[in-house]
Design a protein around this ligand. Structure first.
Ligand code: PMV
Length: 334
């Protein structure tokens, strides 16, 4: 890792893509800082992106954040400032920053916008201060604000192990690049607008109140290992059941929290049934669901259009988005 402060470069723009976990992260360790309790494995997606520009300016009295054309405040701004504080500490700067970010897909709705947001922010902010950090260090930085963001630093299939007490840093790493396998994720969008319970609150509530949380933490590593092996063999039929078990076990744990956390809408359940019917009809694809009502189907690249048409015909599906393996976060200007 090399760190270089360059006082003349104060602005930079980065893009990052969301990632969808095939083997889910849900729950933080009770020790350390923002360490995941279970391993996860995701696919970084092109076709959806966050673009973020950061400008450090000595004349600013506080950080300002504009998201999708609107000034953001409250918790959203606080998380941005937390990231900027870490970057300022690394770069030895006290300057406040103006951050402008936009997503070309629904924000905070279970489409992994926090992953691409904090991967792009970590990349742009460090670059703006002239810091040259490795992808590993940026991944660790992003993970401290949003665990899933650690994975969006990398392209293709990415893993993040569970945290252990001795971890001072924890970064994701690439398992296989974007060109490893011609696959796609088709998102069945079932609602526009923000979700009810954010993932951080949802997983904390699950850990604190769900009798199934321990079973989830105990069983997730074996699901992850099976899925990872299937991936390296490019074996969709082997990976598929583990993809669905990971997501549905995560939601079962959340449903058993007190009070229950229910991310599904009626259309979510319709799509679950439809995907089973689709497979029974010979079109192979496996579903996953995050902290929101959308259903994402992992399938072969050659079948993506057929899967998208199938999902679009399910009652309650507003539209579909087809995304293919993409690259890690990159600086585009500055
Ligand atoms: O790190 P967060 O707060 O974006 O949580 C991500 C949680 C899930 O999207 C449900 C699963 C995952 O591994 O991405």
């Amino acid at each position: 890792m090399t760190q270089q402060a360059n006082s003349t470069s104060k602005t930079a723009t980065a893009i990052a893509h969301p990632n969808i976990a095939l083997s889910k992260y849900w729950g933080k360790q009770t020790f350390g800082h923002n360490l995941p309790a279970v391993p996860s494995l995701s696919l970084t997606l092109r076709g959806m992106q966050t673009k973020t520009s950061v400008t450090f300016d000595g004349a600013l009295a506080s950080d300002a954040f504009e998201l999708n054309g609107q000034p953001a405040e409250g918790v959203v701004l606080q998380r941005v400032t937390q990231m900027l504080d870490r970057v300022r500490a690394l770069g030895g700067s006290a300057e406040r920053a103006h951050v402008v970010s936009s997503n070309d897909f629904p924000t905070a709705s279970g489409l992994a916008s926090s992953a691409s947001a904090f991967a792009a922010l970590a990349t742009a902010a460090t670059h703006a201060l002239g810091l040259q950090l490795s992808r590993d260090v940026l991944s660790d930085l992003a993970r401290r604000i949003s665990v899933s963001a650690a994975r969006s630093l990398f392209g293709g299939f990415v893993e993040l192990r569970a945290g252990v007490p001795s971890d001072e840093a924890l970064s994701a790493n690439e398992v296989a690049g974007p060109d490893f396998w011609d696959v796609a994720i088709v998102v069945a969008v079932t609602r526009e607008g923000a979700k009810d319970v954010g993932s951080s609150d949802g997983m904390k509530h699950t850990r604190d109140t769900s009798p199934y949380y321990k079973a989830w933490v105990d069983s997730a590593p074996a699901t992850f290992t099976h899925l990872r092996a299937g991936l390296l063999e490019r074996d969709l039929t082997k990976m598929g059941p583990a993809i669905e078990q990971s997501a549905l076990s995560m939601h079962a744990g959340a449903l058993a929290a007190n009070p229950a956390i229910l991310y599904f809408s009626g259309a979510t359940v319709e799509v679950i049934h439809a995907v089973r019917k689709m497979r029974a009809g010979g079109l192979e694809g496996y579903l996953t669901i995050d902290a929101g009502p959308h259903v994402k189907v992992f399938t072969r690249g050659a079948d993506a259009e057929k899967v998208a048409a199938y999902l679009a015909s399910v009652p309650g599906v507003l539209r579909t988005i087809t995304a293919r393996p993409g690259a890690g976060a990159t600086v585009v200007a500055g």
